[in-house]
Design a protein around this ligand. Structure first.
Ligand SMILES: O=C(O)CCC(=O)C(=O)O
Length: 347
């Protein structure tokens, strides 16, 4: 302890300092990897790294001076319990998978609630069925229906604060993604920030697997490292898809048609696993070609520092005008309603 020096500029220097796995230093976090210690930045990146340490069982002793930048915000040590490598994976790849974050008992309860919602809810502006079949494929704002979803939000908010590095975060949406056998469609490659339109692009989505999900029944796929790309211009995959609100964003669904899908990594998940991706990470999901259930929940957190990205908003508004004009022929009464609702776009 005596070797820990807080410098005038707020940075910290320590030498020959005894470090326990996941110790925090003035709200900073160090993670141990065998004979290597990494001190992490607030966005999960590695601030400094050293291999000149001695591993003595549970403890590590740093053999030389190491300076830690002061920019790290508070990180909750409990967040590290599940997967202490999550920062580094998330920073490097743009996503991380946390296995068994929720227990089987918890997931069974959630699945029972979802099945109850299937029996009681009707398709509407926030509940979508698969092409008029009555089989619900998306239920938005799940936390409106049962307190169990709030429990999940609390658990995941700790992880979201840790991964974004921001303490002030808000929930944009929490929605069910169910893909029914034989009738479901794939979710095309996209970056979530084409919908969120925020800057800085630090929002993230926690995708909670509620079933065993693999290639056959609609696995999630990630394009590693694409979180380093800016949010790209998305196009409408199919002009005949339904005009609706997606995560509170009106219009047709978006995609990146030219994305090389063959390079993507498939996430095989079990009930209770959570995959977390940055809002610029390109991802997609398959359709369900089996007779098994395929349920997942997408929970979106946005740090309150995020503001509207004007470039993305302009692009979105141009597309939205186009989407609304298309309704003139598809659904004239909806067209008149949308023209009224979004009249500012046509002024
Ligand atoms: O699981 C799905 O069907 C889609 C997931 C997705 O695109 C998302 O969570 O952003």
């Amino acid at each position: 302890m005596t070797d820990l020096i807080i410098n005038a500029d707020g940075s910290v220097t320590f030498k020959s300092y005894e470090i326990n796995a996941n110790d925090t230093f003035k709200n900073k976090v160090a993670i141990l990897h065998d004979n290597n210690i990494e001190v992490l930045k607030n966005n999960g990146g590695i601030l400094s790294s050293s291999n000149t340490v001695q591993n003595d069982g549970e403890k590590l002793y740093v053999q030389h001076n190491m300076t830690i930048d002061k920019t790290i915000t508070s990180l909750d040590i409990n967040d590290l319990n599940k997967d202490r490598y999550m920062y580094t994976d998330y920073e490097r790849d743009g996503y991380v998978k946390l296995e068994s974050l929720f227990s089987k008992e918890m997931i069974d309860k959630v699945n029972n609630v979802i099945d109850r919602l299937h029996r009681t809810l009707q398709p509407c502006d926030t509940v979508f069925d698969e092409d008029g079949t009555g089989k619900l494929k998306q239920i938005q704002y799940l936390y409106r229906y049962d307190p169990i979803f709030k429990d999940m939000i609390v658990t995941l908010s700790h992880v979201a604060k840790t991964l974004t590095g921001y303490d002030d975060i808000k929930v944009l949406n929490m929605q069910l993604f169910e893909k029914h056998p034989s009738i479901s469609k794939p979710t095309r490659s996209h970056q979530d920030n084409a919908y969120f339109k925020v800057t800085p692009a630090v929002a993230l989505t926690c995708w909670i697997s509620l079933d065993d999900i693999d290639e056959g029944n609609g696995a999630l796929f990630y394009a590693k490292g694409t979180h380093h790309l800016p949010t790209r211009k998305h196009v409408r995959y199919n002009k005949s898809t339904t005009f609706r609100m997606r995560s509170g964003v009106p219009g047709l669904s978006l995609c990146l048609k030219e994305h090389p899908e063959e390079l993507d990594t498939m996430m095989i998940t079990r009930p209770g696993d959570v995959c977390i991706h940055n809002c610029n990470t390109i991802h997609r999901a398959g359709n369900n070609t089996t007779n098994k259930r395929r349920r997942a929940i997408g929970l979106v957190f946005i740090p309150t520092v995020c503001v509207n990205d004007e470039r993305l908003t302009k692009y979105h508004n141009d597309n939205l005008r186009d989407d609304i004009e298309l309704q003139k022929y598809k659904n004239p009464s909806r067209y008149r309603m949308l023209k009224e609702q979004f009249k500012y776009l046509f002024e």
